[in-house]
Design a protein around this ligand. Structure first.
Ligand SMILES: C[S@@+](CC[C@H](N)C(=O)[O-])C[C@H]1O[C@@H](n2cnc3c(N)ncnc32)[C@H](O)[C@@H]1O
Length: 317
């Protein structure tokens, strides 16, 4: 059976989350439950892990992967922006730690059959939550050429966005673009061979990433989540976030900075009028990267960045 996922930077995640017996933690991106299992080991015998994923496959997998810990686990299928709603259902108001490990699981890329990989002939779906939302096929076939170009530029930083959008618009006049292989073929034919040979990544990587980000509204959800996450932590509670591309990392970095800043009144003001207080303290100055050995063993780890922060004790503001 194919491995569901290989968790990234597990040692570092456990260190920054500071999981202790009896703690209450939320893993908001369960995936293959690798991190969740490691957290369960640390918080036993009487801790609680709240596991969330918007992909029903991850929840099904967790029931088996976490079977030894199930009395100490509560699973929720849904978007992590609903974390406070899930906590209310459990009558829990605050957490000792929150983990976000963004992006896709190996299962979603390799065996979900949803067109995440440009190397496969699969329906162009790309939804992590297959029960709602627009598919990549809808976007590729229905967005006008200019909007497609903007999407590839804004979310994929794709240099050849204009050519690609033009060729998609041309191709779909003949037949609907319905599979990952068909889209990949159009993208590859839109980038000059010379430019392709200079790239280290597959020519369709950026376009597939851009579509996936938009289909799952990834940046919008991350931003919303980061706005509210600190409220849900106990004083001394930790948040640890693993990102896989610069757009995600930028959001995480900026949000932590905002919560670290506190008062935003102009320096000349005699008294504070904004009433904002410092809520988080970052735990690592620069984003942490996986070590070389981990990247060799698990190439999916190569672009990971870890950022972590701690909620300040009350009265520290
Ligand atoms: C990289 S995997 C997590 C791997 C996991 N840490 C492990 O140890 O196996 C990312 C998971 O997060 C889920 N996910 C991504 N964005 C989400 C969101 N906004 N809400 C809920 N789940 C999300 C995906 O469906 C995927 O299963």
């Amino acid at each position: 059976m194919q491995t569901y996922h290989v968790p990234v930077m597990t040692k570092e995640v456990l260190y920054y989350l500071d999981c202790k017996p009896g703690g209450i933690f939320a893993d908001c991106t369960l995936g293959g439950s690798g991190h969740a299992k490691a957290i369960c080991e640390k918080i036993k015998p009487d801790g609680l892990l709240i596991g969330i994923d918007q992909d029903k496959d991850a929840i099904e997998n967790a029931k088996n992967a976490l079977k030894l810990h199930l009395p100490n686990v509560r699973l929720f299928k849904g978007n992590f922006v609903r974390l406070s709603e899930f906590l209310s259902e459990l009558n829990i108001s605050k957490l000792d730690g929150i983990l976000l490990d963004l992006g896709l699981s190996l299962h979603q890329i390799e065996s979900s059959g949803r067109g995440f990989s440009f190397r496969r002939e699969e329906p162009l779906d790309m939804r992590m939550d297959t029960e709602s939302g627009t598919t990549a096929e809808d976007l590729v076939n229905e967005l006008d050429e200019k909007s497609l170009e903007k999407l590839f530029k804004d979310y994929g930083e794709e240099r050849w966005a204009r050519n690609i959008a033009r060729n998609i618009a041309k191709a779909r006049k003949t037949a609907r673009i319905g599979t990952s292989a068909h889209l990949s073929e159009i993208v590859c034919s839109s980038i000059p061979r010379k430019a392709q040979s200079k790239q280290k990544i597959h020519p369709a990587t950026r376009v597939f990433m851009a579509l996936r980000i938009v289909v799952n509204r990834e940046l919008e959800k991350l931003s919303l989540f980061m706005d509210r996450a600190a409220e849900l932590l106990n004083p001394g509670g930790r948040i640890c976030i693993l990102t896989f591309h610069s757009l995600e990392d930028r959001i995480v970095k900026q949000k932590i900075r905002e919560f670290e800043k506190g008062c935003i009144c102009p320096p000349g003001f005699p008294v504070c009028v904004c009433k904002k207080t410092k809520i988080l303290q970052k735990l690592n100055k620069k984003a942490l990267r996986p070590c070389q050995e981990e990247i060799v063993l698990n190439p999916m780890a190569r672009s990971t960045k870890l950022r972590a922060a701690e909620k300040l004790q009350q009265g520290h503001a």
